[in-house]
Design a protein around this ligand. Sequence first.
Ligand SMILES: [Zn+2]
Length: 277
Amino acid sequence: MKIHAIQTASVRIKTAQVEGRGRGLRRRLAVLNDRQWTQWLPTYAWVIEHSKGVIVVDTGQGVHLLESSRSLHPYHRWEVIFRVEHEEEVGPQLRALGIGPRDTTRVVLTHLHADHDGGLAHFPNTEILVSRGELETARGWAGRLRGYLSHRWPTWFDPIPLDLAPNAYGPFSASKRLTAAGDVIAVATPGHTADHVSVVVEDQGTTYFLAGDASYDQHLMLAGRIDGISADDDVAGATLSAIRQFARSRRVVYLPTHDPESAARLAGRACVPSSHL
Ligand SMILES: [Zn+2]
């Protein structure tokens, strides 16, 4: 199996979004009050070249969303900046890897924030999986008020709801195996959004953890520091704790979407250091 990191864009957000300050509503309001931007962070999509077909996890950002900075929604207007070129989008980069539009058998979205579903237009003929609760949260006007850009989804977008079974996979209380071999598994990692999922890939003694936005980087996961936008402190904290417990049990390469060190860790198969767990 081969996993590729595709950097689809670069993004800057507020430092109080990356690492939450305080608790509860105060923590969430701190994002809006923060004047300090992060450095440019990558937005990765992940490509799993599995023997039964290519699985893409998250689709990154798209040029068509650049105008979202004019959105009336305060988050998109004031709290995020991103840059992306057409050739950086996931479709052209897949083709550069020799993967054509019909080679991808499945797209799995960790959640529906615009920097994860912004490349959907490249997959009109692919089965797309999204957790059922996330889809319901993101849909329609209610979703737009929550900051989802559901009105920018392709008109054909009709994903298959991903229902995780109440089967524990390691410390994760709900999971679903996505391949017949059982080597690609969606696990519940609630926090950043209530129905956020991560994708685990087991390959030759190493486990890759495609974390989405479970944390913005590995340091914050290790430190148990939740982000600025998770709705529930305890739920988000429990997810980070579960990930650490998982990494104690086996060799885990931890790969968040926006961690500047994710691609190097993937290339070097660098596991979560046990000395930090
Ligand atoms: Zn997100």
